[in-house]
Design a protein. Structure first.
Length: 133
């Protein structure tokens, strides 16, 4: 099509329309001023890694179980547990990693416990565990 040069539209639309689209979508304002001066609010590899390895223990639902085996050296515990709602896991007996070996305390085979669990770095992990009376 041969239009006079003054009425031709650039290949990717009118520059002013493109600028308005960018400004309206927020792409042109990549920085916000809701941060503390002198402190970085950008996540670092270290904070991203910590977030991936530290589940929110206080927001996880409790499940009840019977301790079947304790392997403190390997940091593992075998539990015959009920439903674990946040993991959509039915009752079964399985081995869990421990978030911290100190969680074991004086637990031994046969003890009744309540615990929270989450998937941490691809492994089912006991985040908190407490003996039941």
């Amino acid at each position: 099509m041969n239009l006079p040069k003054a009425t031709q539209t650039p290949k990717y639309g009118h520059p002013a329309a493109l600028l308005a689209l960018l400004l309206g979508s927020g792409l042109a304002s990549a920085q916000t001023h809701d941060h503390a001066h002198g402190a970085s609010t950008m996540p670092t590899a270290a904070t991203a890694s910590a977030a991936a390895t530290e589940p929110a223990g206080n927001s996880l639902p409790w499940a009840e179980a019977e301790v079947r085996r304790v392997d403190a050296a390997a940091g593992k515990i075998s539990l015959k547990h009920g439903d674990i709602k946040n993991l959509d896991m039915p009752p079964m007996t399985m081995v869990f990693q421990l978030r911290d070996n100190a969680l074991l305390g004086n637990l031994k085979t046969g003890d009744r416990v309540r615990f929270t669990a989450d998937k941490v770095n691809g492994s089912y992990t006991v985040v908190d565990i407490q003996p039941l009376p």
